[in-house]
Write a protein that binds this ligand. Structure first.
Ligand SMILES: [Zn+2]
Length: 357
């Protein structure tokens, strides 16, 4: 049957095309090889643009992970120095060779960014430095170098680290002292269509489009990064999973009762969704509350934190009227954050370290 249709289609298709209107202009000659070359140029431009955005997020994110460490539980704190490093094996695969070219990556560890107000920044490490030795021992090298380097710093009993680096062909020794940070990782994906940020309990993720928009104002990346840190710091994902399981359990019970009456139902899925959504807005409000403290601790001026949600409302106008979904309306967020700013200031003015209630 399918074969017959294919044959009919094959016969009709050329007739169809003939019947269609066609462009009339004679286009200049097209060389496909040139467009393959052009693709390479465009992918390099895209990689450079992604990298600029990623470095903004890295510098800001590391600042917050170190300086808002008091918001994270002891079990979520690790030692670090505040560098973002890479070898030629790191970075998103689609643009890895472009990044390697741009950043002159090799098998050696190269510093990509240092966080604002981190030990690495204060010690004078710079983007482009290649780390050759740590405390007199050869630094990790090759495919696992990235993870191995963080592990050395994290597990070391000694806080002071002597790094031998090469900068512009010259050797240089830099002493840096590790400090506690929140353990969470972060990344910027390659998605330039979706306007999205999330935290999964381990990582803080921004879509490229979101990150680029946030980078347009001083507080954007910091505030959204701090909001996602709030979710991870207070283990909202664990809580949501528990609520989802409780909801699914009740739903399953309803399914069993309904099926015993001969009805086909799926209360289990519905229950899980309701369970996941229950308290969702409360979690969002808590993450907003924590975000103001996190950026205050990280040295940002919090005066503009509420206004950020006005700018967000203009960008995502559906959020102005959102009701009963997973997120509070931007109106609610603005009003609550204004109150939080006052609370933070009253602590600072009392000479206290601004820590959440
Ligand atoms: Zn959130």
């Amino acid at each position: 049957m399918i074969k017959i249709y294919t044959k009919i289609f094959a016969i009709l298709f050329p007739i169809f095309l003939y019947g269609c209107a066609q462009p009339l202009a004679n286009l200049p000659e097209y060389n496909q090889q040139l467009s393959i070359e052009e693709q390479k140029i465009q992918n390099q431009l895209f990689a450079d643009s992604w990298l600029n955005t990623y470095i903004d997020v890295s510098e800001t994110g590391l600042n917050i992970l170190f300086n808002a460490v008091d918001l994270c539980l002891a079990e979520d704190q690790i030692m670090g120095i505040g560098v973002d490093i890479a070898t030629r094996y790191d970075g998103p695969e689609a643009i890895r060779s472009e990044l390697t070219k741009k950043l002159l990556l090799t098998d050696e560890i190269t510093v990509i960014a240092t966080g604002i107000n981190t030990p690495a920044r204060k010690a004078g490490l710079l983007q482009g430095d290649k780390i050759i030795k740590i405390n007199g021992v050869d630094a990790p090298y090759g495919i696992n170098a990235n993870a191995d380097f963080y592990k050395i710093i994290r597990d070391s009993k000694e806080k002071k680290h002597k790094l031998l680096v090469t900068r512009n062909g010259q050797n240089k020794t830099i002493t840096v002292e590790s400090k506690n940070r929140c353990r969470f990782g972060f990344y910027v994906d390659l998605d330039n269509n979706n306007f999205n940020a999330f935290a999964d309990g381990n990582v803080i993720a921004l879509s490229l489009r979101m990150a680029k928009w946030l980078a347009q104002d001083d507080l954007g990346i910091a505030l959204v990064f701090a909001h996602e840190l709030g979710h991870n710091a207070n283990h909202h994902i664990d809580d949501k999973t528990t609520n989802m399981q409780a909801g699914a359990g009740i739903g399953l019970l309803l399914d069993i009762i309904a099926r015993s009456q001969g009805l086909q139902t799926d209360f289990m899925n519905t229950g899980a969704n309701i369970g996941a959504l229950s308290y969702s807005i409360n979690y969002e409000n808590e993450a907003d509350y924590l975000s103001v403290y996190a950026i205050a601790l990280s040295g940002y001026n919090i005066d503009d934190a509420a206004n950020f949600w006005r700018r967000f409302a203009v960008e995502v106008p559906s959020s102005i009227y959102s009701k009963g979904g997973s997120h509070p309306s931007t109106g609610e967020r603005y009003v609550r954050i204004e109150r939080t700013i006052k609370e933070v200031y009253s602590k600072i003015n009392n000479g206290e370290k601004p820590l959440p209630n």
